[in-house]
Ligand binder design. Sequence first.
Ligand code: COI
Length: 354
Amino acid sequence: MAPPSVLSASQSTGNSAGENYADFNWDELGYGIIPTDFMYTMKCLKGEKFSEGNLTPYGNIEISPSSGVLNYGQGVFEGLKAYRTENDHVLLFRPEENAQRMKMGAERMCTPCLSTEQFVNAVKQTVLANKRWVPPLGKGTLYIRPLLMGTGDVLGLAPAPEYTFLIYTSPVNSFHKGPVNLVIKDKIHRALFGNGGTGGVKSITNYAPTYKALIEAKEEGFANILYLDAATGKYIEEVSACNVFMVKGNAISTPRAEGTILPGITRKSIIEIALDLGYEVTERAIPLEELLEADEVFCTGTAVVVDPVVSVTYKDKRAEYRTGSNSVSQKLHERLVGIQTGRIEDTKGWTLKV
Ligand code: COI
């Protein structure tokens, strides 16, 4: 298949957003999968190195019923985004950080991994091939999902003999549909195994175990669940799909990203931005009681960006927090998105033009 650097005229139908965009009503963009044009695949055998990858039209993949990923969940994933700028450039945000985090996860899941250079190059190629799906500025972003999985056959408990790295994309808008009201549920933990588990890596096995409690929480009217640490049940950890911060006065705190907590790239960037803006930032164990007394609570993540939390409910207690234009989270959000979309000068070398 020809490299998709030039898309055919029929693929680039005009719409209200202009000739260079997919024919899609960007005002209706939510957070679900919208298939784009191309995906990227690269394979490698156990004990060897990833070398050549290629772009193919987005579609189903063939996978052995006895593959490591289907049977034993041997896989990790990443999430990053491509942003449209005012002058129609497309930027990536810290993709090398995703490459490094995938490497950490791959190590934990006994999976070979590609180099940072290969990862970033593959992301760039995939975004370029799907450029017409990067939403207009202000209407959303192109979510990029790299997957690394054991696709070779395995029946005994052992690493698979073959691996596939795959990237697909989907345009997305806001992750949470309404106000972020969180609930804490006793005895349910995010990465189920606590210390020594996989909470600190983006293993595919970390997420489905949260569904049962999440569905229940949504039925009760909450947007998401805030998890406490599995060891003591006293300290806050993270939300199903994002990190969490609290603000009290000029002080911002977030749980240390160690072991059970995912080292979020948005989290890391927000810490740096907050320090630049003059806030005091501490990474530490945060007791639940302290969170309930905070001025503000907010979540960070690639999907959620910086999302203010309206309330946290624990048993019969409900704490409500400041949100809106005077909030710290709004200032952090504005600075982060400004850098990501090229509106604020990137003095940190965080953005990469595709
Ligand atoms: C991301 O923020 O990129 C994520 O991976 C969240 C996803 C689990 C919904």
